[in-house]
Design a protein around this ligand. Structure first.
Ligand code: AMP
Ligand code: SF4
Length: 485
């Protein structure tokens, strides 16, 4: 999500912001803008670059806008599900962009339909719009707070009406949300985005993360912050650090890149290699495994080599060769670099194993390219549980680690060895990088011990531990939210 208030090129800036956030969703995208009179919107299937051209952007008038890229899911590729959702109602117009997943959506929808609400989409986000419409408060900010007080689960959410941009983050802070500023013709322009790398492209500066439970209103008079929800212990998604966020983002003060390198270093300590003859190379699965592989190679004092080369032009393919050309899907994206693999003991580093099919194909590909041994190292713990808070994961039965132990998975991958990072190692590495960042950027700089201070468990790690910070009914699971074709 991206939002901007008070810039004459609001739609163009939002387009650039979404471009930088494209990794967070490629299924559909949209921008809604306003000049203060009415809302203008364009939503389309596919990626930002294909969905918008200068003529379309020209129709999105005004100096304020919000935008959204939607995460690709197995089914439900439908324009109706594209965001921002826009509604016209008795009190004007409102657009909403949401990142996350509401865990009490089912019961909310039942309750709302019993009161006469008619849902246009299968999306959980729409229930927020109905709750806002039903609120008896007269002030928009209070209506939004009323609505959000009734939802549970994960939301970083943006609202745009004719007069203001409102941003909120759920009390647990499950999904990220950042606040930035840029100067334009002597005026301060406020921007919000899921990740701060979106600010770099438009010349904005990261000010801070939106705090868990914070509601920010930006209008002609400036920016106001409040905390209208019951306070809770922060439970920031650990998987953002492991895989989802871009490595050039800073989340909660910590560089995602530095965290990933720390995960690799820790992985080298926790899953050492069996003794070898020195002819060993560390090979990342690009791009997701690169920083962890750098950290692992550094700690293990082994050479880092790009033994797998990634094509950056993989799109949808309509021409599939015969089944006899095996591994086609992965091959299209990755090709082994025989020059650095042949005859070597290869340590493949990736961020996670979900179903195991990609890793299995990669191991085979590397062996076929002449590797003498293939060892796999994963910079997170086994993924055993689905996410109900906005990251698309398959059902439990499809997660290989939910039914197989590490040695069984190694056998399935046909790897000579397999090592995962422990949950303790993951939490510890993220916490250490976050604490160091805090100590160097805040008043804590005068208290070096702050960097090592033990912190409570302020992360969600449910997909690794099964310890879900927000209860959910099975019906509110990710599969349920998909729109029928
Ligand atoms: P798999 O073949 O299912 O084991 O896929 C594992 C790969 O998918 C890893 O290399 C990850 O980088 C990537 N991955 C992990 N989680 C997700 C996710 N939720 N969405 C898309 N890709 C993912
Ligand atoms: Fe993130 Fe995993 Fe928690 Fe989902 S379950 S919010 S992916 S840590």
């Amino acid at each position: 999500m991206f939002g901007i208030f008070g810039h004459p090129e609001a739609a163009n800036m939002t387009y650039l912001g979404l471009h930088a956030l494209q990794h967070r969703g490629q299924e559909s995208c949209g921008i809604v803008s306003t000049e203060g009179e009415r809302l203008y919107s364009h939503r389309a299937m596919g990626r930002v670059q294909a969905a918008f051209d200068s003529a379309t952007l020209g129709t999105l008038r005004g100096d304020r806008a919000i935008g959204h890229v939607r995460y690709s899911t197995a089914g439900g590729s439908h324009l109706k599900n594209a965001q921002p959702i826009g509604v016209d109602w008795a009190r004007g117009s409102l657009a909403v962009a949401h990142n996350g997943n509401l865990t009490n959506f089912e019961s909310l929808r039942e309750r709302l339909e019993a009161r006469g609400s008619i849902f246009q989409t299968a999306s959980d986000t729409e229930s927020v719009v109905h709750l806002i419409a039903l609120s008896e408060s007269t002030d928009q900010e209070a209506r939004i707070a009323d609505a959000l007080r009734q939802v549970e689960g994960a939301y970083s959410i943006l609202f745009l009406d004719e007069r203001r941009l409102i941003a909120a983050r759920d009390p647990l802070g499950l999904r990220p949300l950042c606040l930035g500023v840029l100067q334009h013709e002597g005026r301060t322009v406020h921007v919000v985005a899921s990740e701060p790398n979106a600010f770099d492209l438009i010349g904005a500066r990261l000010v801070r993360d939106v705090a868990p439970g914070e509601l920010i209103v930006i209008d002609e008079s400036g920016l106001r912050s409040s905390f209208p929800f019951a306070p809770a212990v922060r439970k920031m998604c650990l998987f953002e650090y492991v895989y989802f966020a871009r490595p050039d983002s800073i989340l909660e003060g910590a560089s995602v890149y530095e965290v990933r390198k720390a995960l690799g270093r820790r992985l080298a300590d926790e899953a050492p290699l069996p003794p070898g003859d020195g002819d060993t190379v560390v090979v990342p699965v690009p791009d997701s495994g690169v920083p962890a592989a750098i950290g692992l190679a550094d700690r293990a004092r082994l050479p880092f080599e790009m033994g797998l080369i990634r094509s950056h032009y993989v799109g949808r393919t309509f021409i599939e060769p015969q089944q006899s050309i095996r591994h086609f899907g992965v091959r299209l994206k990755l090709n082994p670099n025989r020059a650095v693999i042949e005859g070597k003991r290869v340590i493949i580093v990736d961020d996670s194993i979900v179903r195991g099919t990609t890793s299995r194909k990669i191991v085979k590909m590397v062996r076929d390219a002449g590797a003498r041994e293939v060892h796999v190292r994963i910079s997170s713990p086994p993924t055993r549980w689905p996410c109900y808070y906005g990251i698309d994961t398959p059902t439990r039965a499809e997660l290989i680690a939910s039914t197989h132990d590490v040695s069984e998975i190694a056998r399935y991958l046909t790897a000579d060895s397999l090592g995962y990072l422990s949950l303790e190692g993951l939490v510890d590495a993220v916490r250490t990088v976050e604490a160091r960042a805090r100590a160097t950027t805040s008043a804590a700089a005068s208290d070096p011990s702050a960097a090592d201070a033990p912190a409570p468990d302020t992360y969600c790690h449910a997909c690794f531990s099964g310890n879900y910070p927000v209860p959910f009914s099975p019906a509110s699971g990710p599969r349920h939210l998909r729109m029928l074709p």
